[in-house]
Write a protein of this length. Structure first.
Lengths: 78, 153
């Protein structure tokens, strides 16, 4: 499954783009997406949450090609 | 997944927030107590002088998460009505960054519900802060009080 991963804040700044294409080997899950992150994001990805369709998702959450997937750095609102 | 956002109760805004509009949004004849939290940009962080900051939001998810938090609070304290808003974009010292209004028949639930919403917002809502310091340095801010993983709730 090819996933378009949305990046924010320091993540987007670190890799110079807010969208990256990631190919996830089957069975495609949030956990296998974490394994497939490009090197520039691998360390950041370990300390981030993943959101699928605007909800935080655990590593066993399945991924489909049309899901909206985002890597969520530690939040700092408020 | 439900993505119905009540725009009169939950908002992200590039324009200044007026706390009075949040008080109005939760006003009712049943409310005997309204708690109001106003978060403002302060001039220091970790010992450094802050001149301004910029909030970036993942808008679609931030609105959905805010709506979920409000629904949770209104389920936990029956009769509670909440309105919440967060700024995006560049803010200078003293500007209002976040507003929570919580109205209930009685003050205990109003205070507790208001506290719940601001604490959950800080822990869960995908908004990030980029600070500009007096010495010209800039930095993305990581949450200072690290909470339990939101996904586990």
């Amino acid at each position: 499954v090819d996933v378009t991963l949305r990046l924010f804040a320091g993540h987007a700044e670190a890799v110079g783009t807010s969208l990256v294409r990631v190919t996830v080997a089957p069975p495609a899950t949030v956990g296998s997406l974490r394994q497939a992150l490009p090197p520039a994001l691998a360390a950041l990805g370990a300390t981030s949450m993943v959101a699928v369709n605007s909800c935080y998702a655990a590593d066993d959450h399945p991924l489909a090609a049309d899901d909206e997937v985002a890597l969520i750095p530690p939040v700092a609102g408020g | 997944m439900s993505e119905v956002i009540r725009a009169d109760r939950v908002q992200l805004s590039e324009l200044p927030l007026d706390p009075a509009t949040f008080l109005s949004a939760v006003a009712s004849a049943q409310a005997g107590a309204t708690a109001l939290f106003v978060g403002t940009v302060r001039d220091h962080a970790d010992g450094r002088l802050v001149m301004a900051l910029t909030y970036e939001a993942y808008a679609r998810m931030a609105l959905a998460e805010l709506e979920r938090i409000v629904v949770e609070a209104e389920a936990r304290w029956a009769g509670l009505h909440v309105a919440v808003g967060h700024r995006t974009g560049r803010l200078t010292v003293g500007e209002v960054a976040v507003v929570v209004a919580a109205a209930h028949a009685h003050r205990a639930a109003a205070f507790e519900g208001c506290r719940y919403v601001i604490e959950e917002l800080k822990a869960r809502v995908p908004i990030w802060k980029h600070e500009e310091y007096a010495d010209g340095a800039v930095a993305w801010v990581a949450a200072r009080d690290v909470c339990a993983s939101p996904a586990g709730r």
